[in-house]
Design a protein around this ligand. Sequence first.
Ligand code: PRX
Length: 650
Amino acid sequence: MIDNNRLLKPNRKLAKSARIKNMCEYQALQDEAIEDYEGFWGRFAKEKLDWIEPFNNVVDESNFPFVKWFDGGKLNVSSQCIDRHLKDKKNRASIIFEGDRGDKQIITYLELYYNVNRFANLLKEDFGIKKGDRVVIYMPMIPESAYAMLACARIGAIHSIVFGGFSAEALRDRIIDADASLVITADGAYRKGKPYMLKPVVDNALADGSCVKKVLVVERNNEDIDWVSGRDYSYNELIKEKAPTCEPEVMDSEDPLFLLYTSGSTGKPKGVQHNSAGYILWAQMTMEWVFDVKEDDTYWCTADIGWITGHTYIVYGPLAMGATTVMFEGVPTYPDAGRPWKMVEEYKINQFYTAPTAIRVLHKMGEDEPSKYDLSSLKVLGTVGEPIDPPAWKWYYEEVGDSKCAIVDTYWQTETGGHIVSPLPYATPIKPSCATLPLPGIMAEILDTDGDRVEVGEKGLMCVTRPWPSMIRGVWGDKDRFVKSYFGDVKKDGKAVYFTGDGALYDENGYITITGRTDDVINVSGHRMGTAEIESAIKKCDKVAEVAVVGRPHSIKGESIFAYIVMKGDDTLATEVELIKEINGYIKSEIGNIAICDEMAFVSGLPKTRSGKIMRRILRAIAKNEEITQDISTLEDPTVVEKINNIVNG
Ligand code: PRX
């Protein structure tokens, strides 16, 4: 039996050849960074990156929080990920692709080079895409998505991937905000053995002709699609003509690499901007340190490229270090909950990285499945995106990892570009559900609102007190929002620090446990969503007078979405089932299926202060069926609390 508080030591046998072998080595690196921050980062930037021209300066904080890393340096991220490996790895698999229905493709580094170059030439020649242009990618999990990303990087275009589960309206908002010149999509793909479609969503997003004028369509499932002549172009036709080489654009360290929209506490998603050198440096270093991927290893991250995990840990990180990365189109439970373990056995996967929701589903649907396969190739297991509960952690550790693999509970965000708090697999003693320590070079600290470090066991705010290379560089088109969202809340020694939006606490070992968001962001199956976004979708229904959305703990998804709704008029309860359907219809079309509410409570009023502020803490407590400890006497109408409680829990 694993004791939740006992530390489990790393596997000594595997540690011998690890990059960071023990806690002394970890501490030495962290001390080096503390003593000479610029020296530390400058050393790794020189060692790890292939520079076209060297940088002059490690970090320029003079215009904080608008910082510059490796100023004056020139490089190209696609060359870092491909060209430099051609010398001795050209026949090594760069990507192993497995389709939903079991079709397979192995793409060597040399093939990746040709495919990306052809794609880059296509973007330049047929669409006139040039450095700085924005390209939206709305694609399934197929190798062409990685080619598209790297082709943009090659020519200096800024990609903005929109997750394939977002609706036409959400896609359209992101296309408009980024002022994109092109959308790259596919007809569709396969899920659970059946085709599903993406192109019709793009058609709807562009229906009124007011935004992007060109669409490039990759064939995947060959289902019938509508074709707008003069707007839609076939990738499979155009690519045939393209030359397999394309000179990489010379990029400045701080030239933007990509935008990725994420939810915040207001209704409008933020276009998180990541730039070239700092991002790729940390993507590569964390691959090496946190997963300790070796020369002949095969690594699999199950995320979707539509999220930051897919960017950093399916495409950029693994390729920058010259690893073999597995890309999977399907879902882990199809055709059964043994699918991932079958793939681990078949490809001899060494590092496996997934979300706690997937672990919970695999545990529930296939508790004994891991024992049916040979999982002895596994060395490191990772989790990301949400807190992992001890039962899921234990099953993962014992049944999947055979109690010999380290579990790296990696804590980070879209904005941090890469991991910031995580165990190192062969150095850090681990314990269930704990992200442990800041990675070397990352000055992560839990502070209180006065900027003081919190005591052991006391909840505080998860902050990073010094800029680091892969941190967010801006919110696209909105400097103020960038400053206010991340640098407005906490000051340490009078200086603003980066606040993640998460709460956390220290244990007696100084280990960090993330306790969840402190803002109005909820995390459903590792998907981050703003309550304000969902509320504004619900308000599109003109029968709704008021709405407040909160998260409620859920055994599989981590959190589920719970909406309190006040209808206009009072004859609504008779038609509750239809109403729920109708309201979820608005959510589907404004955001997508991922934001559908699991539960709605139709109430007569919301708990508000006299100034009209909705008391969400009360609503959260009711949703969790917890005792209400807040003072409700100052509410505009204190009786609503009992009324709501009776409806929800009565
Ligand atoms: O609340 C934290 C949670 O996921 C949020 C970031 O979401 P997103 O930007 O979509 O990126 C997800 C993948 C990095 C964080 O603010 N989160 C992420 N990792 C963990 C986590 N919560 C607990 N433990 C983690 N390991």
